[in-house]
Design a protein around this ligand. Sequence first.
Ligand SMILES: NC(=O)c1ccc[n+]([C@@H]2O[C@H](COP(=O)([O-])OP(=O)(O)OC[C@H]3O[C@@H](n4cnc5c(N)ncnc54)[C@H](OP(=O)(O)O)[C@@H]3O)[C@@H](O)[C@H]2O)c1
Length: 200
Amino acid sequence: MSYAIVGFGKIGQALAHAFARKNIEVTVASRRQPEELAPLARAVGPTVVARSLQDALGAATIILAVPFGEHREIAKVLSSWKGKTVIDAMNSFPVPPEELDGLLSSAFVAKSFTGAKLVKGFNHLVAAILATDPVVEGGHRVVFLSSDDEDAIDPVADLAKQLGFAPVKLGKLNEGGALVHARGRSWGPLIFQDLFKKGQ
Ligand SMILES: NC(=O)c1ccc[n+]([C@@H]2O[C@H](COP(=O)([O-])OP(=O)(O)OC[C@H]3O[C@@H](n4cnc5c(N)ncnc54)[C@H](OP(=O)(O)O)[C@@H]3O)[C@@H](O)[C@H]2O)c1
């Protein structure tokens, strides 16, 4: 399985630390040239490799960690998203719900990535917390996963486990997934809940 993180700001770097901690290879990209990102990537760990956006999107699983409105720019880079898994770590805050065609933000994002399987996850914690070791006193930090492609959740749950998190599957985006969505300026009740699961 190959992984990429698009967006190498606060959330992108927090997730890159999680990959580096477990020596799992991940490519990272932004609008900047890879040479510019490379020192930052190397500082996170040797398994974190800066690439051009186009090259990074060659990965099978791509985590979106860009400002919400930018997802459309990324979607345009590939002519087909078939076979890809896109993990939406974004929150639409402060985009008003009226701008999302009546959809929850991840369902709105999914429209741009036709053919991909979209899983919402890693979006509910502030970056400073997400960046820290998810294994604390024998417990594993919980991350919530939801998707309208139910078979897409399991591989992302496996990744979350490999990274040291305890995945909790919430089902479809507009069912359990609604608990981790921001709606305009109001946050779903699971957002910011820093929960741990004992054991795995
Ligand atoms: N910060 C948090 O605590 C937090 C918590 C949960 C969820 N989130 C969500 O995570 C997402 C990222 O937030 P952040 O705080 O990490 O933002 P950030 O620190 O501003 O980082 C955004 C990153 O996206 C890159 N970027 C912007 N436009 C791009 C494009 N068109 N193509 C490729 N890369 C692009 C930027 O790099 P370049 O300028 O080099 O392109 C930068 O590396 C947001 O949707 C936010 O709602 C944030």
